[in-house]
Design a binder for this molecule. Sequence first.
Ligand SMILES: Cc1cc2nc3c(=O)[nH]c(=O)nc-3n(C[C@H](O)[C@H](O)[C@H](O)COP(=O)(O)OP(=O)(O)OC[C@H]3O[C@@H](n4cnc5c(N)ncnc54)[C@H](O)[C@@H]3O)c2cc1C
Length: 377
Amino acid sequence: MLFELTDEQRMIRKMVREFTENEIKPLDMEMDRNGFNDALWKKIKENGLLEIPLPEQYGGAGGNAITGAIALREISRGSASVAITLDAHWLATDIVYHHGTEVQKAKYLPMVSEGSIFAFALTEPSAGSDAAGIQSTAEFDGSYWILNGTKAWITNGGISDLYIILAKTDEKKGARGISAFLVESDTPGFSVGKKEDKMGLRGSVTSELIMNNIRLPKESLLGREGDGFKIAMMALDGARISISAIALGLSEAAREIAVDYATQRTAFGRPISQFQSVQNMIANMDIGIRNTELMMFDTANMKDLGMRHTKESAMLKIYSSEMAMQTCKDAIQVLGGNGYSRDYHVERYLRDAKIFEIGEGTSEILRMLVGSMSLNK
Ligand SMILES: Cc1cc2nc3c(=O)[nH]c(=O)nc-3n(C[C@H](O)[C@H](O)[C@H](O)COP(=O)(O)OP(=O)(O)OC[C@H]3O[C@@H](n4cnc5c(N)ncnc54)[C@H](O)[C@@H]3O)c2cc1C
């Protein structure tokens, strides 16, 4: 282990590990069938998980990127659905903290320790990877910003009290004409549309958001006009560390099931763990998990040191998401027919893992980013 954790990080890891084992993990299969679990989230809020990365002055635990990654990894061992809900919430709170005015921070950040969930809304029905191509608009009428448009695939859409919404404030300026806004859930004209019926992460909520002539006071602008795209991209650099922590925790959970099964299941008169082909799958899991762990701590450390980590977090996310898919797929293979059954969890893990290759930048887009940064220094 190259990274020595602080006493506080160890304490948070212990608390989150125990809470996950006792409260979250037992409900993951049920959430896969029945969706978001209100009673569990009440406990999550009571136990302070919403505010782990927030500075103490706003009621948080003051965790940095490493602390956040440790916590999400632990939670994802019990439920990737719960972890992704926190990831999206932390992404939004991080933006408010880093780009909000003192007034905005004082108004919104204390809401987190009172139980408010936040969301980040960039994607639209016709613009995901091509994020600069969003169609939502915000026009200033002299007194208010008037927002119109539709957001798609928004994690925590419908369960959040505050939304960070990206909209075009100047059509002619492309990415530089996009601004970020703070939108409270009860703003007239703001509504939640279709709730997605997803392949995986079914214990999390993902919804469409509709803005129909919503009027926002000018103080709702987050950061400077035209800085929205830059703010979103900077936040995604950090969020890709979080999503990799989730991919890591889920992979560890799949590996654990595969190893237990391989040592107990016999075929041809011996445990299947003695067959080289099965050992190879476990070895590949271990290699992937260890590589992800090292890349994750290193990239989180870069973030905590204030270093630019765009390329490193993109590489980490590509690697960890593809590793998670392979690990979950191999875990099913180790379990044979039982791996295909809902009773053994790993089929759910595979369905959960697929999002890591899509959300917060697809593997294709991130490879383009890494490639261009490698070649056009
Ligand atoms: C469960 C879930 C939760 C999500 N949560 C959020 C959220 O909270 N907030 C938010 O804003 N968004 C969220 N998203 C949206 C997510 O970020 C987008 O789905 C993702 O960025 C991909 O965009 P898209 O779906 O429009 O796919 P597209 O951009 O249409 O891409 C389709 C395919 O084409 C490929 N492709 C596109 N352009 C290129 C190119 N130039 N070169 C090569 N290949 C290309 C892509 O890699 C992909 O394989 C979520 C999505 C899901 C599924």
